[in-house]
Design a protein around this ligand. Structure first.
Ligand SMILES: [Zn+2]
Length: 524
């Protein structure tokens, strides 16, 4: 490569060799490769660095008969990329670090033909993306983490070899957007956990995974000091082969941000696809859908302004919604008003699609015995009831929806088997339209439409400018006529995009379902 100022290729087969190199000069590309063998078994290592003029890197590389040891320190600013691959007999390890802004990395690894282990500490300010994974045969363990416009620090380790792949990280970050994820794949199952946020937030996670005969995971994750995943969450999804997703709205300054957390335990076949299917964006609605829209009142906007999560209610059984009125905030003590608001919100979706999504015109049953499942509890269990309830989510949250899937796909959509909605008891709410308009109190019915929308498979269409999930250049993000956009005042009818998205999932009224409602699936 013409732009490579310094290139090294080292291939030695020696009893003992130590090499030290220090870089403190502008380097646009450098590659270091070496391998070491003993009795016909080899281990190989390749590293590639693209370093900013301000960055320096110091590495010690020891080669022994059949083994490679590395000790590396790098730091600097600007744009930097460090990648590392180690492979041996039936295994491989991949370590990618990319940053823009100040960074520091300290990595140690040891590898033989049979196994490799790596541990490192990474920190950065600005933007940073980390990905570390190992595969051994069909077993894989890995993790990633990243931040935009913020700071991140992470201690990571990885072991691969001897029929196992094991990864762990302890990561803390604060910034405008961030994510953390971990996953393990085995012959019998896959387990994945991920969290992300948009809009200023603080994310902390200690996560570990192992892939042996079975894939297992443990640890915890919190956002803004509120724990969303812990050991009990992993236990809950592991007890039955299932998954759990959450999406919520957060109050960020004057705007609204989002967050998502998920934990999945899936059988073979579903696993790879499941790990990649978040944030499904769908093209514009069919023309027939647009024709129907002229017949109903909508809030307008584009019929392209929707996004689907990749989940759907695939069961023939309509959903019964429950309201647990406990812990209602001031002004919301009358459960009949809350019940009416949520029922009206449910009807807003029900009335505009072919399928009967909710039971009997979305009657919400007030029942204090039905609670929102809390996978953080010591007895985690999905109870099968779709509950709306109040919860002290703190001042940062308006509400959130959490849905569960059994991992069974129908027509390309994972089956939602239960969803619960929390409304923040720490916010100021109203069920009265005029009050919402005149006082700025949050209209429960409007937020319920949005949160129940997640429960039927509708995704957020916020711009990341407002702390949302979509690229700001995406025209959907500017379409504030959609209820699945951010809450900026009461809106109790769907926009054209909300309508098109819901009808793509559940068909048009009078047109019959677009999919087979009786498709068999395992009810858990
Ligand atoms: Zn949302």
């Amino acid at each position: 490569m013409a732009d490579r100022l310094l290139g090294l290729t080292l291939t030695w087969f020696m009893t003992l060799l130590m090499t030290v190199f220090t870089l403190a000069m502008p380097v646009s590309g450098i590659q270091v490769s070496c391998s070491s063998g003993d009795n016909g078994a080899f281990v190989s290592s390749t590293e590639s660095f693209n370093l900013d003029v301000s960055s320096s890197l110091h590495e010690q590389l020891y080669l022994n008969r059949g083994s490679i040891y590395q000790d590396r320190q790098a730091s600097g600013a600007g744009k930097n990329s460090l990648t590392q691959s180690i492979s041996g007999k039936g295994y491989s390890l991949q370590n990618d670090i990319a940053s823009e802004g100040a960074f520091g990395v300290s990595t140690s690894s040891a590898a033989t033909a049979e196994a490799a282990s790596l541990s490192q500490e990474v920190s950065g300010a600005g933007s940073m993306n980390l990905a570390l994974s190992g595969t051994q045969g069909s077993r894989e363990a890995g993790q990633d983490a990243g931040i935009e416009s913020g700071a991140l620090s992470s201690a990571q380790s990885l072991y691969v070899g001897q029929d196992a792949a094991i990864a762990s990280q302890s990561t803390a970050m604060a910034g405008e957007e961030g994510y953390v994820g971990t996953g393990a794949f085995s012959e019998s199952n896959a387990i994945l956990a991920a969290g992300s946020f948009q809009g200023a937030g603080i994310l902390q996670a200690q996560l570990s995974v192992a892939a042996t005969e079975r894939a297992v995971a443990g640890g915890e994750a919190s956002l803004d000091g509120v724990a969303w995943l812990n050991e009990n969450t992993f236990q809950a999804v592991s007890l039955e082969s299932t998954g759990m997703g959450m999406a919520g709205q957060r109050v960020v300054g004057d705007g609204v941000g989002t967050f998502e957390m998920s934990a999945l335990n899936l059988g073979p076949g579903e696993q790879r696809e499941m790990g990649e299917q978040r944030d499904v964006s769908e093209p514009a609605a069919k023309e027939s859908g647009q024709a129907y829209q002229t017949a109903v009142q909508t809030a307008g906007g584009s019929s392209s302004s929707y996004s689907l999560t990749g989940y759907r209610l695939n069961s023939a059984n309509p959903v019964q919604l429950y309201l647990n009125p406990a812990n209602a905030p001031s002004g919301m003590e009358d459960p009949s008003k809350t019940q009416a608001a949520i029922a009206a919100a449910a009807n807003t979706w029900d009335d505009n699609v072919a399928s009967n999504i909710y039971v009997d015109g979305s009657v919400v049953i007030v029942d204090s015995s039905k609670v929102v499942d809390n996978p953080l509890s010591s007895t985690p269990k999905r109870d099968g009831f779709n509950v709306n309830a109040w919860w002290g989510l703190g001042n940062n949250y308006l509400g959130l929806c959490r849905w569960w899937t059994n991992g069974v796909k129908v027509d390309g959509y994972y089956s939602i088997i239960e969803s619960d909605v929390w409304y923040s008891s720490d916010k100021s709410w109203t069920t009265d339209w005029d009050t919402a308009v005149s006082t700025g109190k949050i209209d429960l019915q409007s937020v319920a439409i949005h949160e129940l929308g997640h429960g039927i498979g509708m995704g957020d269409i916020y711009s990341s400018t407002y702390g949302g999930t979509l690229d700001p250049s995406d025209p959907r993000t500017k379409d504030f006529n959609q209820v699945m956009n951010l809450y900026n005042g009461p809106q109790r009818i769907l926009g054209n995009g909300d309508l098109a998205g819901a009808q793509k999932l559940y068909g048009q009224p009078g047109a019959g379902p677009l999919y087979c409602m009786s498709a068999p699936f395992t009810t858990l």
